[in-house]
Ligand binder design. Sequence first.
Ligand SMILES: [Zn+2]
Length: 257
Amino acid sequence: MNYSPYLILTVFLIVTLYFIFRKKKIVPIQLSKEDQVLLANHVVFYRNLNHPRKQLFEQKVANFLGATIISSVGVEINQLDKLLVAASAVIPIFGFENWQYKNLTNVLLYPDTFNTDFQFEGTERNVMGMVGTGYLNGQMVLSLSALHHGFSKSAGKENTGIHEFIHLLDKSDGATDGVPENLMNHEYTLPWVKMMHEEIKKIEDNKSDINPYAITNQAEFFAVVAEYFFEQPEILKDKHPDLYEMLRKVFGQNLAH
Ligand SMILES: [Zn+2]
């Protein structure tokens, strides 16, 4: 049988175009029983959810792990490390129906704190996490020890993993400025900025229990207060009802009862 060369060429083109234009699907990773046990043992936020909400959390964790490359430099990482990164990503967006961190492809774990040139040995080792900009867009660097500390019993109001993912949410509107325009109704923007500046003044006057790192700038204020919101919602609501109320609206989660 003789096929026309045109027919062969057409078939070849169609097949080629199919492979070029087919959508790359994110392959969802299923969490194993062991993963669920690790989450239950290490992530209080997950442990406090009811069964259907736990399943939703697992699904979001699995989606995140399917879409993000987690690697390390200078340290071996295990499944718990990856699950803690994913939990840090999912906790802030758990109130949103469908949120993808479009501005993230890689999370790089360093053994301990590092300096701003990404060296983790040396004298200036004070950075626990960082969201890349410029040529490092899409990258996040996290200190593995800070990540674990954030999920430990002694974490207090702090959680470095959550802090860095808050920066990513803030950045998603184009500006890491403490005003998450994608998550906040326009009418709340000015009251929020005013609220931030009032509280920054109180921290400067030593009249606030919020971590003084928050006075660095508005972006750090937002990230630090959001950590507080997710780590100790009852205390935040009690001591700072206005801040709590605003963050409840921003994140669509009412964690204090
Ligand atoms: Zn920060």
